[in-house]
Write a protein that binds this ligand. Sequence first.
Ligand code: AMP
Length: 282
Amino acid sequence: MHVFSSIDETREFVRAQKKAGRSLGVVPTMGALHQGHLSLVKLARARANSTVVSIFINPSQFNDPKDFDRYPRTLERDLELLAPYGVSAVFAPTDPQEMYGADFESWIALEKLPLRFEGASRPGHFRGVSTVVAMLFNLISPSVAVFGEKDFQQLRIIEQMVRDLKFDLEIIRAPIMREEGGLAMSSRNVRLSDAGRSAARAINRGLSIAFEAFKGGRRDSRFLRDLVLQAYASEPAIAVDYIAIVDESSLEEIEKIVSPARVLVAVMIEGVRLIDNWALTP
Ligand code: AMP
C-alpha cells in the first residue's frame, strides 16, 4: 500500500495505473476510520482494479475552527486498519497548503441542494466538500467513487455535481453501517460519554418507529415526523436540530410520501452533532 502526501507522487501513481490499463476507485474520507469507512473500501475494491483512499481533514468544510481543531487525527492507526483491505494507495496530504496553495479561488458551490439541513447549520460546509471532492476526482480520475448514505445530503450534492459538471465516473452509494444498538458509526462518536452514547441510540430508534408506521401504510409526513420527535423528546440529552421528510432526489420537504423519500435528522448530544437518516420507499 503506497502512502502519498503530495499531489505529484499521486499523479505519478495514477498515470502508471492508467498506463497499465487499470481502473481506479476512490473513497474520500477525513480519517479516524471505522467499519463504516471500511465498508466503502470493500465496495470500491469490487468495482475497480485499484483502490485509492484519501484521508484529508479538509479545513474549508469546517465552519467552526474549534470543530476542525478537535477533529480526531489518527493517521498511523488508519493506515494499520486499511492494510488488510487491499488498498493500492492512500493519499493523505497532512498540510492543507498541498490542496489549496496560498491563493486558491476556484470554489464549486451548488445552488439549491446545500441550502437547507446541514448547509443551513454549517454555512460554507458543502462548498468546501464539493470543491475538495472535485479536486480529488480531477487528481485521481477514478471510474467509481464511493460515498456513504449516512451523509445523505452530501451524497446527493456529489451526485448532482458529477451530473452537472460531466465527471466521467459512477458514484456508488454505500449503506449506513451501525454500531450494536443502532447508532450510525461516526468518527465523532468517540467524543460521547457512555451516557451520551446510550442517549444517542434513540436517534435510530426514533427513525425505526417512523419506518414501522410507514410500512404499516402511513404516508403523511407530519404524523411520521411527530413519531420521531416524540422518541427524541423522551431523551433529555438530545437537542433536535431538524427532523425532515424529504424527496430523495430534490431534498425538498414533502407532505405526503408518494415516491422515494428520506427522513433526515440532526441532533446535538453533549455538544456533538450527529446525523442519521432512513429511506422511506413506497
Ligand atoms: P468522513 O470521514 O466522515 O468524511 O466520511 C467519509 C465517507 O464515509 C463519507 O462518504 C461518509 O458518508 C462515509 N461514512 C461515514 N460514516 C459512515 C457509516 N456509518 N456508514 C456508511 N458510510 C459512512
